[in-house]
Design a protein around this ligand. Structure first.
Ligand SMILES: NC(=O)c1ccc[n+]([C@@H]2O[C@H](COP(=O)([O-])OP(=O)(O)OC[C@H]3O[C@@H](n4cnc5c(N)ncnc54)[C@H](OP(=O)(O)O)[C@@H]3O)[C@@H](O)[C@H]2O)c1
Length: 268
């Protein structure tokens, strides 16, 4: 590994790879390279200072760290194609769901260490949640620190055993979709109550931001925080009772378990 990592390249700058690179562009001083099948898609990243590379080989030559942002079924083949440019001082990071560390290590033929990261899209605004699998025995302590620093610059990192990755994907990788779905329902209620949609959205964003910050700062459990809002014979308990009668929490749990089941099926 280069003593000082200066350059990060990403092959496949779509929704997730693009979010990571945009976050890094705004919050770090690494030299950033991006390569994408449809070059047009790099335009917003180039505007943030990412250098567009015409091919994967030149991206790999210039990058100390290579992030694989491709769909899972493309990752191993793409790694085999860049083998001639890989050297032992580089680091490959895959964000692909379901592509195991073993498969990644086989694909790079042990030339350089590999890391699995399970990200989520709030990386775009520096608030991603990243599961890190740092189980490749070829990984040095300095490289482990680097991976924490790199993703720590655009969110929160959590080291996980690889066996927890599928569950983490269903819970956190997919998680922003669940949150947006819930936010959308609250916005829709706001519109139904007579607020213009844009105003309802502003209210809901403030509501979620405040509640999340409170949950993070408080020593109380989520149940206690909920109960503090529910005055006896008040308004809030009516809504909570309705949610409980219709088993909202159970439905949410079942939805996430269904995502986990699908993830396991896809992994075979
Ligand atoms: N989206 C999420 O929230 C999320 C969360 C956790 C993990 N992930 C993981 O992130 C990875 C990417 O998912 P995504 O949702 O970001 O998909 P995506 O938006 O389709 O991004 C994939 C990108 O790869 C590009 N690409 C395809 N073949 C290529 C090639 N040969 N060379 C260079 N670029 C190529 C595509 O180009 P085009 O623009 O031409 O299609 C596309 O921009 C997946 O492995 C997924 O498991 C995603």
């Amino acid at each position: 590994m280069a003593d000082i990592v200066r350059s990060i390249g990403c092959i496949g700058c779509g929704n997730m790879g693009g979010a990571i690179m945009a976050g890094l562009a705004e919050r770090t001083s690494y030299t950033l390279y991006g390569h994408n099948r449809t070059r047009e898609r790099l335009r917003p990243l180039v505007a943030k200072g990412v250098k567009a590379m015409a091919d994967a080989a030149s991206l790999v030559r210039g990058s100390d760290v290579i992030i694989m942002g491709l769909k899972p079924y493309l990752v191993e083949d793409a790694l085999r194609r860049i083998l001639p440019q890989l050297t032992r001082d580089k680091l490959v990071i895959s964000i692909a769901a379901g592509v195991t560390l073993g498969a990644l290590r086989d694909a790079v033929e042990g030339i350089c260490p590999v890391v699995r990261v399970m990200p989520n899209t709030p990386a775009l605004v520096g608030a991603g949640m990243f599961g890190l699998c740092l189980e490749d025995p070829n990984l040095s302590d300095a490289q482990k620190t680097l991976v924490h620093e790199l993703f720590g610059a655009i969110g929160t990192t959590l080291e996980l055993a690889e066996k927890s990755f599928t569950a983490f994907s269903a819970l956190v990788g997919a998680g922003p979709a669940y949150v947006f779905q819930f936010m959308n329902a609250v916005v829709q209620a706001g519109v139904t109550l007579g607020f213009p949609r844009a105003e309802a959205l502003r209210m809901v964003i403030g509501l979620f931001e405040g509640s999340v910050r409170m949950a993070a700062a408080s020593e109380h459990s989520l149940t206690e925080l909920r109960d503090q809002v529910c005055s006896p014979a008040g308004v809030t308990i009516e809504a909570i009772n309705h949610m409980d009668r219709t088993a909202l929490q159970g439905h949410i749990i079942d939805a996430i378990l269904a995502a986990d089941k699908k993830g396991r099926e896809l992994e075979g």
